[in-house]
Design a protein around this ligand. Structure first.
Ligand code: GLN
Length: 553
């Protein structure tokens, strides 16, 4: 059967789909539950991919305020997407593209463009079938080539914005064979004051699902503890699923333990068997077990890291926290990352970096808190504290050096001080006159050539690195000679662009114009982060060189 151009349906493809919805309240971690199940399916030899559906009208997350919405995650193709895609990339160890984040903005935009082009041949363009067809086509396009595609619908069942998506999923189930589709519904199981696990909110949520024609196949209860057998039975009875289709997802200390919890519960086995994939799964003995080993390994040390940024923005840097954790896993140590308000350093306040082993200044926009960040960088530079600057943290390291070592009073980034006498960081030439905010920065993966004999070369172990970008400003080429003559070294370039800086005499002072945190994985930590911890651990052991060769990058 040829592919249906509207819905993308092609029965010869044989993709399987796991649709994950959420009930009772948002923020339950249904993405982590879904990604963890995906991880186990990948361990069993399946090619797994994922789609995150965000029912908002923004075309992408690029224009969303990180104070409200958390991190904007950047993909290799430059897609600025929901932070959940970061979790899918980290858990599944895949590289996604913007197509993996379906938003209402994208769907309506393409339907309206088709309407304007006259492609609907005079028909009335409607939510059903035109919007729902576009949703199905997008999901099927991403799934093409994979064995299992996990589709997570953001928000909770009952939200008005989510309705067209749930209707599209209902049609999916109608069009495809039973064994191709599995509906997983994740809800909250709260405790009553007398310590009883309560199922009523779940029952209501499933009732809501059924009223729009969706019957969940699997229920996952998010709860402080594992669900009691009695709770499972009650859910099974009222929600009309077998008892063994009800799973617990209790709180765990660290999200990377969730695949182990899900495995112990047997969720992956159940999914495999319901999707009729059991006889294609690798036998237990041949499955990938690296994840379990990584998560359960005994830690041999501890590193304290200060992440310096604006007050209230902690949640916008999930990938930085995770990359530090990955570097810890590579070194077999626990990493404790503490958010330090950059305001603490402003106006002569020293801030508190006395007890930390390393300092990170992450990316950011706008002027608030920058003086504090510059002070924190000075502190790290002068006191030999290992430092990693990411994007804005790289740019502010240039500003700090220009002011305090070159003596260029008032040096700044033109983004923050348009009147600065020394714009050591200036707008990228191609950004001049760009007024549109959405998707117009220098975005996505670009190759950086790395000079040999540098720290960057040592940490990457390579003469080039491909990392993701998201910026409008760069080091002003007019100041490069002066900065280098004063001891700062630019060790990586991409065309005329300075991409990496370092201080040869410092235990570890590295800045990157790119964001290495977006390529870091639990099983493949990002080199600049591994290098940071390496230096911190060296200093802890009094400079005795820990064998860096032990760490596989
Ligand atoms: N605001 C800076 C720029 O646009 C840094 C961006 C960032 O840190 N992601 O260049």
């Amino acid at each position: 059967m040829p592919t249906d151009p509207e819905t993308g349906y092609d029965e010869t493809l044989g993709n399987k789909f796991v649709f994950v919805t959420g009930g009772v309240m948002s923020g339950l971690g249904k993405g982590i539950t879904a990604a963890s199940t995906g991880r186990l399916l990948a361990n069993a030899g399946f090619d797994v991919t994922a789609v995150k559906v965000d029912p908002y009208l923004n075309v992408d997350a690029g224009t969303m305020n990180p104070f409200q919405h958390g991190e904007v995650y950047v993909l290799k193709d430059g897609g600025e997407v929901d932070l959940d895609l970061g979790n899918y990339e980290r858990f599944l160890d895949i590289d996604m593209t913007s197509d993996h984040n379906v938003t209402t903005g994208k769907v309506y935009r393409s339907v309206i463009e088709k309407e304007r082009a006259g492609d609907y041949l005079g028909k009335t363009v409607q939510v059903i079938p035109h919007i729902t067809d576009d949703i199905k086509r997008r999901i099927r396009e991403v799934a093409r080539g994979s064995d299992v595609c996990i589709v997570e619908v953001g928000g909770t069942v009952g939200d008005i914005e989510g309705m067209p998506y749930l209707e599209a999923l209902r049609q999916f189930a109608h069009e495809q064979a039973d064994e191709d589709i599995l509906f997983v519904h994740v809800t909250l199981i709260p405790y009553s004051t007398n310590g009883e696990q309560k199922t009523k909110p779940t029952q209501h949520s499933v009732k809501e699902l059924r009223s729009i024609g969706l019957q969940p196949d699997v229920l996952v209860g998010r709860c402080d503890d594992p669900l009691d057998p009695k709770t499972k039975e009650k859910i099974a009875l009222f929600c009309d699923v077998p008892t063994d289709a009800v799973f617990s997802n209790p709180d765990v200390e660290d999200i990377y333990q969730v695949p182990l919890v899900v495995e112990d519960e047997g969720l992956d086995e159940y999914v495999t068997s319901e999707l009729d994939l059991a006889d294609r799964a690798l036998p237990e003995s041949e499955r990938e077990s690296g994840w379990r080993e990584l998560v359960t390994q005994e830690q041999t040390g501890h590193v304290d890291v200060a992440l310096v940024g604006k007050y209230g923005l902690e949640d916008a840097y999930i990938s930085v926290y995770e990359a530090l954790k990955h570097a810890g896993l590579a070194h077999n140590v626990n990493v404790d990352t503490e958010w330090v308000h950059s305001e603490n350093f402003a106006d002569g306040h020293e801030g508190d970096l006395n007890d930390v082993d390393a300092v990170v200044v992450p990316g950011g926009f706008g002027s608030r808190g920058t003086e504090g960040k510059i002070e924190a960088i000075r502190n790290a530079r002068e006191n030999d504290i290992p430092y990693l600057g990411l994007c804005l943290g790289f740019q502010m390291a240039v500003v700090e050096y220009a002011r305090n070592v070159l003596g260029l009073d008032g040096a700044h980034s033109a983004e923050i001080d348009e009147e600065t006498p020394h714009p050591v960081i200036d707008i990228l030439p191609e950004q001049e006159g760009v007024d549109d905010m959405g998707g117009t920065m220098r975005l996505g993966a670009h190759v950086t050539e790395i000079e040999s004999g540098t720290v960057a070369h040592e940490v990457y172990g390579d003469a080039s690195a491909t990392e993701r970008h998201r910026h409008r400003y760069e080091v002003n080429p007019e100041y490069i000679d002066g900065l280098e003559a004063a001891g700062l070294r630019f060790s990586g370039e991409s065309g005329r662009r300075m991409e990496i800086l370092e201080l040869p005499e410092h235990p570890y002072f590295l800045g990157t114009q790119f964001h290495p945190e977006f390529r870091s994985r639990p099983t493949r930590a990002s080199p600049p982060f591994v290098g940071l911890l390496d230096a911190a651990l060296d200093l802890q052991s009094g400079g005795a060189d820990r064998d860096a060769g032990e760490v596989e990058l």
